[in-house]
Design a protein around this ligand. Structure first.
Ligand code: UDP
Length: 377
């Protein structure tokens, strides 16, 4: 493709949004993607059991942002899906986020409403005015009993760090409920795309102005594609700068080893996601994909998630140390003209899918309006 206007590295949410937006105003867009598929970590496919599964873990869309909701509805129909998660604790299956049922089940109580739950929390929590890390955040919300049972070891397995070594925001992603609401999220729009995420991204990229180059590592072909008006980079920020600020200590990421099994039975577990917050197993959770959209199949596919240090980077690890290293890269990135860092890995931020859509849409608008250029969302 000659005369590229817009070069985009990575075909995940951020890359696809920017490709779609620029193509729609007549720009020629080239997307370079290292993997052999589009969609980033949202990529899904029909497996050998005829079930729509996600290659990189379950992706549950939820938003309270109307503009994002309108945008994603342009590329797919969506069906309502309110995600629920069960945690296996002390041999019992209890709802997470913590709600009245969780406390009743785990402590053999019979709390019947908000007031009694508030009282239980007041008696059990350790008030901390401004929690400075994940442990303080959980102790402040629910206290030590639930911290030990549901958060401490899960977090260690997920991050290879205890909650005290992580920002409060990580553990504050999950609410605590004083009622019986057992939904994982509270946003007004909670839905899954009919036909899956891969199809959604295909539809976004289906434009004569967009070309996608799969199985191509940008850093291998960089010299051949240095003629563009704007570059959007969505990969890990330290890789872009050849890890120059990571010589003493690396910017950390967590990866996941997804171990898939076919079970010769209609169902394996009662819910799409069952978390294992204890130390009895090494994995964090088991996903059974056929629950999503109530898919029908003779057998079932389950996937155990083991998080690991090495491997493809999925999660930035939010804590002060990593933030400091990231800041050095960010300062470098701000010196570049017409190169923009966008998305979870390039911004080194642990944000949700709707925020990824929003950040990319906002960046496009910002650049179009010739306002102060935002290089990081
Ligand atoms: N978490 C936990 N116990 C659980 C579920 C989550 O301690 O049963 C903590 C853990 O530190 C996790 C964080 O809460 O990383 C955020 O959970 P979320 O479900 O948002 O993680 P994601 O789905 O993005 O992996």
């Amino acid at each position: 493709m000659k005369n590229i206007d817009i070069l985009i590295i990575g075909a995940g949410i951020s890359g696809c949004v920017l490709a779609e937006r620029y193509a729609s105003i007549g720009r020629k867009v080239l997307v370079i993607e290292k993997r052999n598929h589009i969609g980033g970590n949202c990529y899904d496919f029909i497996d050998e059991n005829g079930i729509l599964v996600s290659k990189y873990g379950a992706h549950l869309f939820h938003t309270c942002d109307e503009s994002v909701w309108r945008y994603v509805n342009r590329f797919s129909d969506w069906y309502p899906w309110e995600h629920k998660v069960i945690a296996k604790v002390d041999g019992k299956n209890v709802p997470i986020p913590v709600n009245i049922t969780t406390v009743n089940e785990l402590f053999n109580l019979n709390l019947t409403g908000e007031e009694e739950m508030q009282t239980w929390l007041e008696e059990n929590r350790t008030p901390i005015a401004e929690p400075s890390n994940g442990e303080e955040a959980v102790l402040n919300r629910v206290g030590n009993l639930l911290y030990e049972k549901m958060f401490k070891h899960y977090t260690k397995k997920q991050w290879d760090k205890y909650p005290a070594e992580l920002d409060a925001s990580v553990l504050e992603r999950i609410p605590v409920r004083t009622n019986f609401d057992d939904r994982y999220f509270s946003d007004p729009c909670q839905a899954l795309p009919d036909g899956g995420y891969t199809q959604l991204f295909k539809n976004m990229l289906d434009h004569p102005n967009i070309k996608v180059l799969l199985e191509t590592d940008y850093f291998d072909v960089k010299q051949s594609y240095n003629n563009y008006h704007k570059l959007f980079y969505t990969g890990p920020i330290d890789r872009y700068f050849e890890f120059k600020h990571s010589l003493v200590q690396k910017l950390e990421y967590r990866s996941i080893n997804f171990v898939s099994e076919t079970i010769d039975a209609a169902y394996f577990q009662e819910n799409s996601v069952v978390n294992y917050p204890g130390t009895e197993v090494d994995f964090t959770r088991i996903i059974e994909y056929k629950h999503f959209g109530n898919q029908k199949s003779e057998k079932t596919t389950i996937v155990k998630e083991f998080t690991i240090d090495e491997g493809e980077p999925y999660y930035p690890v939010p804590n002060p140390n990593n933030q400091e290293i990231y800041t050095r890269y960010k300062q470098e990135s701000e010196k570049l003209v017409d190169v923009h860092f966008v998305g979870r890995l390039a911004n080194y931020k642990y944000f949700n899918m709707d925020q990824a859509f929003k950040n990319a849409l906002d960046l496009f608008e910002e650049l179009q309006q010739n306002k102060t250029v935002l290089k990081t969302a």
